[in-house]
Ligand binder design. Structure first.
Ligand code: IPM
Ligand code: MG
Length: 357
């Protein structure tokens, strides 16, 4: 089969890790008889430098015409002092909004060979951890009305959290569907003791839950959820939550795996279209030095094979290749530990390609 992929290497280590991911996908395509056509487009700081905009119109158009988007990372100190709407991060928010990417899947998977990287005690974590955070990505306070006004104490700023029944329902369905293929447990995280938007959220989750009698559902306030993730992370299977709570809890969950350089993500629209990117940032300090860990991006490509192209066998082959390389003790600097074999970005890409055969 033939697939068109728009790539947005972006800033910092973005180009390093996208380069390896393209090589890996080409090899996989060769092996399974698919052809992946890549079109590179601008986004983030590099787009600001070249066009004055973090997300040029052309980028959005090419992404819309593609079957999926693969993104490296955006941002860096060079652009940190620009006004809010001109910052590289706007490329991400713009893509999410323009492409309708409402469902953000962030798996926090502790790979067995890396289990010592988990900062929690072994008796809490056992020898593995597998949590899927399903974050609503195009609504809530990220996209609500915001501004400045004259308030009781003079100038004030405000941001608003708003959720419609429709928005909660569609993210809930993504979460429940995922749970049916996993351990059949959903934890919906909200702040329903305070927020009206959370009370609506909770009632919609209850409604959707009726369609999934085989899935156990519970509700948790976000403050408690952040504590439970540390106290007893194994109680979680799928966490469904709002845009901002998901932003915060997914960083916390990722830390349980000890290595943000390993975690992929998928941002899905209605249908099969999606944008795939590593969870980590652009790490400008090691950009272009053959030091970055390409695994999170390569695992994001595996999610792309699974969710956008419906190529489960190929996705598994890629994930198994990554596991094999880790079991053979190869590590990039970010996940290096004593007795392991240190390799660079390119060598890690080559090792994964070799493990594919
Ligand atoms: C993330 C990031 C983004 C977010 C930023 C960079 C806009 O933190 O993807 O989690 O807050 O959503
Ligand atoms: Mg975040």
């Amino acid at each position: 089969m033939n697939f068109n992929i728009a790539t947005i290497p972006g800033d910092g280590i973005g180009p390093d890790i996208i380069e390896q991911t393209i090589l890996v996908l080409n090899k996989l395509g060769e092996k399974y008889g698919h052809s992946f056509n890549f079109t590179e487009v601008l986004g983030g700081g590099v787009a600001i430098d070249k066009t004055g905009e973090p997300l040029p119109k052309e980028t959005i158009e090419i992404c819309k015409k593609s079957d999926a988007v693969l993104l490296g990372a955006v941002g860096g100190p060079k652009w940190d002092n620009l006004p809010g709407d001109k910052r590289p991060e706007q490329a991400l928010l713009g893509l999410r909004g323009e492409l309708g990417l409402f469902a953000n899947l962030r798996p926090a998977l502790l790979h067995k060979p890396l289990k010592d990287a988990c900062p929690l005690k072994p008796e809490i974590i056992g020898d593995s951890l597998d949590i899927l955070v399903v974050r609503e990505l195009t609504g809530g306070i990220y996209f609500g009305e915001r501004g400045r006004r004259n308030g009781k104490y003079g100038e004030e700023a405000y941001d608003t959290e708003a959720y419609s029944v429709k928005e909660v329902e569609r993210i809930a369905r993504v979460g429940f569907e995922a749970a049916t293929k996993r351990n059949k447990k959903v934890t919906s995280v909200d702040k329903a003791n305070i927020l009206e938007s959370s009370r609506l959220w909770r009632s919609v989750i209850e409604e959707v839950a009726k369609d999934y009698p085989e899935v156990e559902v519970n509700h948790m306030y976000v403050d408690n959820a952040s504590m439970q993730l540390i106290r007893n992370p194994k109680q979680f299977d799928v966490i469904i939550t709002s845009n901002m709570f998901g932003d915060i809890l997914s960083d916390e969950a990722s830390m349980l795996t000890g290595s943000i350089g390993m975690l992929p993500s998928a941002s899905l629209a209605e249908g099969s279209f999606g944008l795939y990117e590593p969870i980590h940032g652009s790490a400008p300090d090691i950009a272009g030095q053959n030091k970055a860990n390409p695994i999170a991006t390569i695992l994001s490509a595996a999610m792309m094979l699974r969710y956008s192209f419906n190529l489960e066998e190929e996705a598994l082959a890629l994930e198994n290749a990554v596991t094999k390389v880790l079991e053979e003790d190869y590590r990039t600097g970010d996940i290096m530990s004593e007795g392991m074999k240190l390799v660079g970005t390119k060598e890690m890409g080559e090792l994964i390609i070799n493990a594919l055969q």
